[in-house]
Structure formats: C-alpha cells, structure tokens
Ligand binder design. Structure first.
Ligand SMILES: Nc1nc2c(ncn2[C@@H]2O[C@H](COP(=O)(O)OP(=O)(O)O)[C@@H](O)[C@H]2O)c(=O)[nH]1
Ligand SMILES: [Mg+2]
Length: 404
C-alpha cells in the first residue's frame, strides 16, 4: 500500500495500518469537542454559543433551496456504451460490485442491455444501462429501441478501446449514438473514456490519448455542425482510464461528482468540519464504491505534491476491502470495518471512519496524539449533522426532535 503518498512529506517513521474497534474518548486533552454546526436549516442545529455566534454561511434563500433539493430524490439514467470488448462491464463490476481487475477476465459478453440500479448516497439512484456493444445490438438500439434507450438519459458514458484496430468504424458508431442522444435527451452530459490505457507503452500514452480525444472532439463538432448547432455546442468530457490503476476511480468520481444533488451543502459542511478539527484534508467516500464524493483541503494540505491521492486512496481502500473479504469470508459489499487508523510518526496521521449510513470519512491530520483523539471525537459528534447525506427520510428525526 502506498499510503505514504497521503499527507505532507515528513520523515518515514513507523508506517503501520491497524484496524481498531470504535472508541469514544472520554477525555479530550487537546480541546473541548467543537460543537459542530451543520448549515442545513432542516437539521437540528447545535445549541452551542459558538454556533449561535457564527452566522450561517448560506443565506436564507439558499437554505430553502437546499431543503427543497434534499427532499427530492434524484434518479439518473446512465447509458454505458461502446464497442463490445471495450471494457464497459469490467469497469461497472469493479466500481459498483467490488470485483478486482483480474476477475473481469471471467466476465461473459453482455447480451442486449444489462440494467442495474445503484443507490448512491441517500437521494441519488443511478439506473445503469450497460449496453452490449455487438453490432447487431447497436443497430437495434438505434432503430427499434431508439426511443426506449435514448429517452430521459442523464449521462452517456462512451467507452473507446485505445487498442481498437478499426478507429473509423468506432467513431462512426459513436456519432450515430450521439445523434440519437441529441434527438431524445439533448441535455444529457457526454463522458468519453479512452480505455485500456495500460496497453500503451508509458512513453506514448499521453500522445495516444491526446490524439484519440482530438479525433472524438472533431467528429462531435462535425456532427453538431451537420445539424446546424455551433461547433462547440456539444461538450464532451474525456478521461484516460484503465482497470489496472486508479485512473478508473478518477473518471467515475468525476462523473458521480457532477451528479450528486446536494454537493454545495456537502462541501460547505465538510469545510466547516475540516476547519473545526484543524485537519489538512477531509475526504468523503461513498460506502460501497469508495468513490470520493467530495473533499476539502486546508491551505497547508494544498502543498501535497501527490495530485492523484484521492483516486489512489479509493483504489487502495477497494483492494483492502477485497483482502478483508478474502481473509474473513465476509461478502465484498459488506461493511467490513468501522475505523482505520494510520499514524506515520512525525509526518502525519489519518483515520478513516464509518460516517453516515452511506459514507466513510477520511481525515488527514498533522501529527500529534491529542490532536488525533480530539479530531476523532469531533468527527463522531459531527455524524449526527451529516445524516442529511442519507436522504430525505433522515431529515425527519431532526425536525421531529425540535417539536418533541
Ligand atoms: N488490459 C486491459 N484489459 C481490460 C481493461 N478493461 C477491461 N479489460 C478486459 O477486456 C475484456 C472485455 O471486457 P468487458 O468488460 O467484458 O467488455 P464489454 O464488452 O465492453 O463489457 C475483459 O477480458 C477485461 O478483462 C483495461 O483497462 N485494460
Ligand atoms: Mg459487457
């Protein structure tokens, strides 16, 4: 595990992971538990004088909008398309079903459309349409099933195999798919994954990726022009991916990040918590996929030179969950640990805590036992205020307790 990449560079003392049962520290030598204030007006506010002193960062109108947004469960239809064998089912299985990369070799070809519903946080459900990419299926989606497949789409994820021999044909199919999408779901976002990048020699990767993205952009612009749209009207978001490294997590976390309905509220609350516990970084992971939903970094934390540490962490934790599953016999999607602590001597410390029903929280802290204990205690206190992440039903108890 390369956890040494997390946190600022300090010396290399005792790096050892250990899993601990949940502990509540009765005494807190560092500071009094900061009564953590959550700025959603729908939740029971802290009654501390500190919380009363500080004005809410969101205006009243903003809070009302957020309240409305939190109550609205969101369903998103996600089309996963691309040629057969390009790696669609592999990535879906790794991200959402906790497969490891080498297990995907045993996946059979997808016949027609494989539908799955993934509950992602409390009020976001992804309806994933993994569309088998054999030509006969593709023709069918574009003709008989056109309305059924391309209506009400929130996101299209189109996967290109970088090693494909027939690039022109791939691009022609892609344009037909984009055309159908434009007809029935013109507001859908388009993500393009240039996949299996591990198969390209490292020195040529950047060039191969740039070249393929340029071609995809060119075809997209040509299509837009052909239907009388301005050349840049159809935006695509490209990612280079491989199931063999953390690039897959970067792409999917990016996609999910754009879909999470109450991101503004999550980010504000995470920043408040980060400042309260004097953390260098906070990461909020979704429980089963371990995708980073949101993060906050302090000024000192921004000096961290490891730019891909979020997705590295997702990858490390997924591998770790795999190992626990293998050695303990627990199911892959089970909740396998409650708290993990890592103290890297005088460099940094971190913990990963089971947070709300759907999330884990990772806090990276400057070294120091007292600071660590205090932060852990404060994060446990904050759980109550983050329950809004679990969806609309979790707003009720807080409001009810006010009336009780
Ligand atoms: N080298 C490499 N192989 C991959 C990658 N992703 C998927 N594969 C392999 O490609 C094959 C086809 O994958 P699959 O997910 O069934 O493709 P699909 O038809 O698009 O669903 C499987 O043997 C996977 O192990 C990748 O990133 N790199
Ligand atoms: Mg498949």
């Amino acid at each position: 595990m390369s956890a040494a990449n997390i946190g600022p560079c300090r010396d290399n003392a005792s790096d050892a992971f250990h899993i601990s049962p949940p502990q509540i520290h009765a005494s807190n030598p560092y500071q009094q538990p900061t009564a953590y204030r959550h700025d959603d007006s729908t939740a029971d506010m802290s009654s501390s004088p500190e919380a009363a002193r500080e004005p809410s960062s969101a205006s009243a109108g903003e809070a009302a909008d957020m309240k409305l947004e939190l109550k609205k469960p969101k369903k998103k239809k996600v089309l996963l398309m691309g040629k057969s064998g390009s790696g669609k089912s592999s990535m879906r299985s790794i991200i959402f079903s906790n497969y490891i990369a080498r297990d995907t070799r045993r996946l059979g070809a997808t016949i027609d459309i494989d539908l799955s519903h993934v509950k992602f946080l409390g009020n976001l459900t992804l309806n994933l349409w993994d569309c088998g990419g054999q030509e006969a299926f593709m023709e069918n989606y574009l003709s008989q099933q056109r309305v059924h497949v391309f209506s009400h789409v929130g996101v299209l994820i189109y996967v290109f195999d970088i090693e494909s021999r027939d690039v022109d044909r791939d691009l022609a199919t892609y344009v037909s798919i984009v055309s159908a999408l434009q007809q029935y779901s013109p507001t859908a976002r388009i993500y393009v994954l240039i996949h299996k990048m591990d198969l390209v020699v490292p020195t040529s990767r950047e060039h191969a990726y740039d070249d393929r993205v340029r071609l995809v952009r060119q075809k997209t612009a040509e299509f837009a022009a052909s239907i009388g749209m301005p050349g840049d009207a159809l935006e695509i978001t490209p990612f280079a991916t491989s199931i063999w490294d953390q690039s897959l997590y970067k792409a999917w976390a990016g996609i999910i990040h754009d879909l999470v309905p109450n991101l503004g509220a999550i980010e504000r609350n995470l920043a408040d918590l980060g400042r309260a516990i004097e953390a260098e970084e906070l990461l909020l992971f979704e429980r089963t996929s371990f995708l980073a939903v949101s993060s906050w970094t302090s000024e000192a934390g921004q000096d961290n030179p490891t730019e891909d540490r979020l997705e590295r962490m997702s990858n490390i934790m997924k591998q770790f969950k795999q190992s626990i599953s293998r050695f303990t016999g627990t199911p892959r999607n089970a909740e396998q640990f409650v708290c993990m602590e890592h103290k890297a001597g005088t460099r940094f410390s971190l913990f990963i805590l089971k947070f709300t029903t759907n999330t884990y929280l990772m806090a990276v802290l400057p070294p120091g036992e007292a600071r660590f204990n205090s932060a852990m205690l404060n994060c446990r206190i904050a759980i109550e205020h983050f329950k809004f992440l679990d969806g609309p039903s979790h707003l009720a108890p807080a409001s009810a307790s006010q009336g009780a």
